[in-house]
Write a protein that binds this ligand. Sequence first.
Ligand SMILES: *Cc1c(COP(=O)(O)O)cnc(C)c1O
Length: 360
Amino acid sequence: MKRVYNFSAGPGVLPEAVLQEAAAEMLDYQNNGMSVMEMSHRSAMFQKILDDAQNDLRTLMNIPSNYKVLFLQGGATTQFSMIPMNLLKNGVADYIVTGAWAKKAAKEAKKFGKINIVASSEDKNFSYIPDVSDLLLSDDADYLHMCDNNTIYGTKFKKLPNAKGHILVTDISSSILSEEIDVTKFGLLYAGAQKNVGPAGTTIVIIREDLVRTDLPENMPVMMRYDIHVEKGSMYNTPPTYGIYLCGKVFKWLLNLGGIKAIQKINEEKAALLYDYLDQSQLFKGTVEKESRSLMNVSFKTNNPEIDAKFIAQAKENNIVNIKGHRSTGGMRASMYNAMPIDGVKALVAFMEKFEKENI
Ligand SMILES: *Cc1c(COP(=O)(O)O)cnc(C)c1O
C-alpha cells in the first residue's frame, strides 16, 4: 500500500487511524451486519453516531448549551446564502473581505440585503489581515461576517475584530479544531468538513439559540431554514450519514490526543518548522505578512515560476503531493491540517533544503 504526504488544501488529509477504523468497520458496523452507509438514519444505531459526534464536538470546542450544533449539507458555500437569508432583519450586514471565500460570501449576501465591505486586503492580493480594531460598522448591521483562516493565501486572524456589539458570524472552514477558540464571542460559526474534520459532504453550523429565527418568509425553501434543522436535530431529511460518522471518529481521535490544546501545540510546532526554514531560506520565501501567518495553510514561492514548477514536480516524486499554490497566487502552498503528521512537515522541510542546495 502506498501513502503519500498529502498537503492538499481540501479535501485534505485524514488521520490514518480513523481511515483504518472505518475500513475495519466498512462491511459490518458493530455486529449489525451492514455498513454505516447502508443504515437507516432513523435507526437507534445511527442516532447514537450523530449524538456522539455532536457531544464530542461540544466537548472539544467547549460549546455552551445555548448554542445549537447542526450537521448539514451543501458546503460552506451554502452558508454564504443561508446566513443572510436567516439573519438579515434590517437588511444590512457588514463584511470583512480577506480572501476569495470572504468575497464570495459577501457577493452572495448582496442578493439578500445591503452589504457593506468594512475592511479588505484585496489591495495586496489578500496577503495580510487588515486592522479590524476600530471598524466603521453600520449602526443597523444585523451581523459582521469574517473568514477566520484564508485557505488560499495562508492568512489568519490573530485577534477578533471589534464587532462593537454586533453579531459576529465566522467562516472557520480551514481553522476549525486547529486551535482554541472562544465560541461565546460568535453568533454563528460554520465550516465545510473537508478541510480539517472529515470527508466532503458535511457542513458544521454552530448557532446561538436566539439567532434561530422562526419568523421567516413563507416562501423560504425549507432546507435553507436553520429553525427547521434545529427542530429536527439535523434530520429534516437524510443527513450526510457516512460523513457524520467519519467526523465523529475524527472528534474521538482528537479527544484521545488531548483535545484542541494538544493539537494546537502540535500545529504550532509543525508551522514553526516550515516558517523558520522559510525565514532563513535563500531560495524560498513566505508570501504573506508574518503577523498574519496561518498555522494551517503556508504559502511560499521562489522568485522564478519555472523553479516553482520544478520543485512541485520533484516533490511529488518524493511522495510530497498537492503543494501547488492556488491558481490566483501561484507558487506553493502546504496545507498542514490536524491530520498531517509532524513527520510529513519534517520530510517537506528536508526536501526543500535539498532542493535549495541543488538550485541556488
Ligand atoms: C473551502 C472553503 C470554502 C468553500 O467550502 P465548500 O464546502 O466547498 O463550499 C469556504 N470557505 C473557506 C474558508 C474554505 O476554505
